[in-house]
Design a protein around this ligand. Structure first.
Ligand code: PLP
Length: 393
């Protein structure tokens, strides 16, 4: 069976483009020959076009856009930022890094933000920012969410680390909020090792983000950048918090971005095969996917609702012994990428009983494209056997 952590190789066209950049040596995005347009600039233009955004900025990591977006939207030290209780560590980390105070919102059993709890927490905290994390690619009802946040004057920043290429009812993920943030880290949908994007239609926010990223006042060279006049009032008041993307990574990403729609179909083919293989197993609950959601399934989640901790652990161990790597979000200490809100101890402890109950029985699996369709069949058979081998009394 294939490996759960092995990505596909970088496409040949991307390797060629990277070699060309190395040959000419101008890796820094603002180091260009006369008349040359940097790979980073072209990538920004192409990414903006791919999601219909006015402005796009490419940056050095997937976490960087999150804190930069908060600062660019006007977050002040100590401001509350609401965010999903189920997300990855860079999300609360970015809120903390920007000087905000994370307040977690419960998730539903379908792993998306609980809109009732969102409304309660908007009322109780008077928050003006929501960092909406589309964790593991599950999109909440974006129409309902935006209705709530618009009414309350809450700015929405979308963490689209797992939803690049996805959409809700035809609106690309990252285009409903004020800012959309993406990651091009190895385990996401396009791979440059590290990297990310910020998109927005708001010129002032993009101008601030650009200065923050370390543009050395060379922002006029951007093709998907904010117009020059948007910089006038902010250019000297905004710090340079260096986080640019370089031309080598941009060169690797451009051919991958062009292939994203077809790669998404390959991911989803594997997802549906796993879903079919795991349907109708007693005591195994699949996550419902709404009709309006178009997802890009780079991972797969399911719940074992009637299992206790030891029983979940036995399933994980049984699968692992047979080469199927499942991640469990119920563990008390973070393992690899799976940390939980109560292990982010720099944030005040919060009471999230619904989320805790869901995470206690939630299992998660990567779907790298190196897994074959046959692998997906074998994987679901192994999970089925291991789940059914546990006797619940
Ligand atoms: C990967 C990821 C990020 C960004 O993290 P980086 O490691 O900096 O790319 C943000 N949010 C979520 C949910 C992620 O999975």
């Amino acid at each position: 069976m294939g490996s759960f952590t092995q990505q596909e190789p970088i496409p040949e066209a991307a390797i060629e483009a990277a070699i060309a950049v190395m040959r000419h040596g101008r890796l820094h995005r603002y180091n260009v020959a006369l008349g040359e347009i940097a790979e980073t600039v072209l990538l920004e233009q192409e990414f903006a076009q791919s999601c219909g955004a006015k402005y796009c900025l490419a940056v050095a990591s997937g976490g960087y856009p999150l804190s930069t977006a908060l600062r660019s939207c006007g977050l002040k030290h100590g401001d509350v930022v609401l965010t999903n209780a189920f997300t990855l560590a860079p999300v609360p980390g970015s809120i903390q890094g920007a000087g905000g105070q994370p307040v977690f919102v419960e998730i539903t059993k379908d792993l998306v933000l609980d809109l009732d709890d969102l409304q309660l927490k908007i009322q109780s905290t008077k928050a003006k920012f929501l960092m909406l994390s589309h964790m593991r690619g599950h999109l909440v009802d974006m129409d309902a969410l935006i209705k709530i946040t618009d009414k309350a004057g809450v700015q929405v920043i979308e963490d689209c680390a797992h939803t690049m290429g996805a959409n809700w009812n035809g609106v690309p993920s990252g285009r409903s909020g004020v800012v959309g943030c993406y990651s091009t880290q190895t385990f996401k949908h396009i791979n440059s090792g590290e990297g990310g994007f910020i998109i927005t239609d708001n010129a002032e926010i993009m101008a601030r983000a650009t200065i923050l990223s370390g543009s050395y006042m060379l922002y006029d060279s951007h093709l998907a950048g904010a117009p020059s006049d948007a910089f006038e009032n902010i250019r000297l008041d905004t710090p340079n918090c260096s986080g640019r993307m370089d031309n080598l990574r941009a060169a690797i990403l451009r051919p991958q971005l062009a292939e994203l729609p077809s790669q998404a179909r390959r991911w989803n083919k594997r997802y549906y095969a796993l879903e079919a293989g795991l349907s109708r197993i007693n005591n195994l609950r699949l996550i419902a996917r709404p009709k309006k959601e178009y997802f890009v399934a780079s991972s797969f989640q399911f719940c074992l609702p009637n299992f206790n901790e030891d029983q979940v652990r036995s399933v994980v161990a049984g699968c692992d012994a047979r080469g199927v790597q499942l991640k469990w979000f119920g563990a008390n200490t973070p393992v690899g990428f799976t940390s939980r809100h109560d292990s982010w101890r720099y944030v005040d402890a919060q009471n999230l009983p619904n989320t805790d109950a869901i995470l206690a029985v939630l299992l998660d699996m990567r779907i790298p494209l190196t897994l074959s369709m046959r692998d997906c069949e074998v994987i679901s058979l192994i999970i089925k056997e291991e789940v059914e081998s546990i006797k619940l009394c």
